[in-house]
Ligand binder design. Structure first.
Ligand code: UD1
Ligand code: CA
Length: 504
């Protein structure tokens, strides 16, 4: 018989957030992996609502575009003028077919709210058969917030905004979190009766409570177990405080699930990141987006990973990586830059001052120092010498380079794409490779060396180099005299054939 109750979620996100002093609408400010609005929607998502309505106004186009990305099922409702929270909910409910069941209303700027708390509010509301239930919290400093006014029997009488409150009411430390559950029909009825007779001349959603009480309806108060969950965000100082609170919450959860954080205060992990057991995160590290860190991997210090996968047992030191995949037991850094589609296979190494973009570094292959690898496929166990540059761009288009399995690229080599170095091939140091090197061949493109004897003394006379050259020449001359004497007194005492040094 019992039908599941209809549930509608309404998120209020039309305000400008003046005190943020930002071109970005307040609810779009980011906070450890989601926008403020994204956090609120995530807290409501487990309710599995039939409809989610998001009231947009200031920056409506931006907020609507963001919604399409993160919550395509949510329906934006445009509130052209911000005439108050009551007006916002009324606009939402009038925007579509009449809804029954329960309406859950959430302020869009309460990002620390936990899904369990919203669920508990709803359960309490439905169990009590209440007309309306408000989420409340006891706080040390209630400045600026609506106060929960209870009667002598402890029941809620009304919610009063600070600017409309009497001195006695201002002393109340129990505040309205801006999160509510309502019976849809009674809510709609009460909303139609709201006045604007208050300090701001707005339609206050909170006045619905006084109206319902006056009509003899049951209203409830659900007190949040953790008051920090109900903190709003009005300026960037508060946003920073929320960020620290969320950081601590996230870090505590990871440590309790078996991850070592060497310095939790300087470790910032987005709520969208996952870490496996015995991962170690060293200080000054940011893990962002859809980053995952495998079991036993070490990340940091001084590392930022964005949308990056780190395999089990890998080591990533002082590295900046975006959209990279680091295989199991691979080693990265110190001072590496991995860009989108950099893929390191198992036990691969990308070392110091190496940048990798859209390239695969094969299993056990090494790029240890000072190199740029772009648009390349490097075979297993290949060795890329220091200062190798994959020359991938001709000024118009990008081209691919393939280095075969166990190939050996000498230092200071340019591989000019498109080009292939075959399996097991060598390239001599200092080469500029523009044509393919077959498997097992040595590619060498450098000019033979020519020494111009005495050039410095002739052309750079009087410089410190010339002075050093002169001293070296004198030392060489006296050394050969000395050896001559030595040879004479101890002939046969050396394995060099006699006369070897004396003849010059
Ligand atoms: C509101 C509550 C207050 C509570 C506090 C908790 C009212 C009258 N007061 O106050 O009791 O303690 O939240 O944070 O509700 N919004 C719209 N359209 C509007 C007006 C507001 O969408 O016309 C949105 C805002 O963008 C914001 C939310 O509603 O996300 C709350 O509005 P805000 O102006 O911040 O209300 P507060 O003064 O903080
Ligand atoms: Ca607010």
């Amino acid at each position: 018989m019992s039908q599941p109750r209809l549930r509608t979620v309404v998120v209020l996100a039309a305000g400008e957030g003046k005190r943020m002093k930002s071109a970005l609408p307040k609810v779009l400010h980011p906070l450890l992996g989601r926008t403020l609005l994204g956090h609120v929607l995530a807290a409501a998502a487990p309710l599995a609502p039939d409809r989610t309505l998001v009231v947009v106004g200031h920056g409506a186009a931006q907020v609507t575009a963001h919604l399409a990305e993160i919550a395509p099922d949510a329906i934006p409702v445009h509130q052209a003028e911000q005439l108050g929270t009551g007006h916002a909910v009324r606009t939402a409910l009038e925007s579509g077919p009449e809804v029954g069941g329960t309406v859950v209303v959430l302020n869009g700027d309460v990002p620390l709210l936990r899904a369990e708390t919203v669920a508990a509010l709803l359960t309490a509301h439905e169990a009590a058969g209440a007309a309306a239930t408000v989420l409340a919290a006891k706080v040390a400093d209630p400045t600026g917030l609506g106060r929960i006014v209870r009667g002598p029997d402890g029941r809620l009488e009304q919610i009063v905004e600070e600017r409309d409150a009497t001195p006695d009411q201002r002393a109340i430390q129990e505040i309205n979190a801006g999160i509510y559950a309502f019976d849809a029909t009674l809510l709609r009825n009460a909303l139609s009766k709201l006045s604007t007779d208050n300090d701001q001349g707005e339609e206050y959603l909170t006045d619905v409570f006084g109206l319902l009480v006056a009509a003899g309806e049951t209203v409830g108060v659900h007190v949040a177990p953790d008051a920090t969950e109900t903190l709003g965000c009005n300026d960037r100082v508060e946003l920073a405080a929320l960020r620290r609170l969320l950081r601590d919450r996230v870090n505590t959860e990871w440590m309790r699930s078996g991850v070592t954080l060497l310095d939790p205060e300087s470790t910032w992990i987005d709520v969208t990141v996952t870490l496996d057991r015995d991962a170690v995160v060293d200080q000054n590290t940011q893990l962002r987006g859809v980053t995952t860190v495998g079991a036993g991997a070490t990340v940091g210090p001084d590392t930022t990973l964005i949308d990056t996968t780190v395999g089990a047992g890998a080591t990533v030191l002082r590295t900046h990586a975006v959209g990279a995949t680091i295989g199991p037991e691979a080693s990265v850094g110190p001072y590496a830059y991995l860009r989108p589609e950099a893929t390191l296979r198992e036990k691969a190494k990308v070392g110091t001052f190496v940048e990798v973009k859209k390239s695969e570094i094969g299993e056990g292959a090494k790029v240890p120092h000072l190199s740029y690898v772009g648009d390349a496929t490097i075979g297993a166990r290949a060795n890329i010498g220091a200062a190798t540059i994959f020359v991938n761009y001709d000024g118009v288009a990008k081209h691919h380079t393939t280095v075969g399995e166990a190939a050996f690229i000498g230092c200071d080599t340019s591989l000019v794409a498109p080009v292939e170095v075959g399996a097991g091939a060598y390239v001599a140091a200092g080469s500029v490779v523009t044509t393919n090197v077959p498997p097992g061949a040595l590619g060498v493109t450098r000019a033979p060396q020519r020494n111009v004897e005495g050039w410095v003394l002739r052309r750079r006379a009087g410089t410190r180099s010339a002075a050093a050259a002169e001293r070296a020449a004198q030392e060489a001359a006296s050394a050969s005299e000395g050896e001559g004497i030595h040879e004479a007194s101890d002939a046969g005492g050396t394995d060099r054939p006699a006369g070897d040094t004396a003849t010059e």
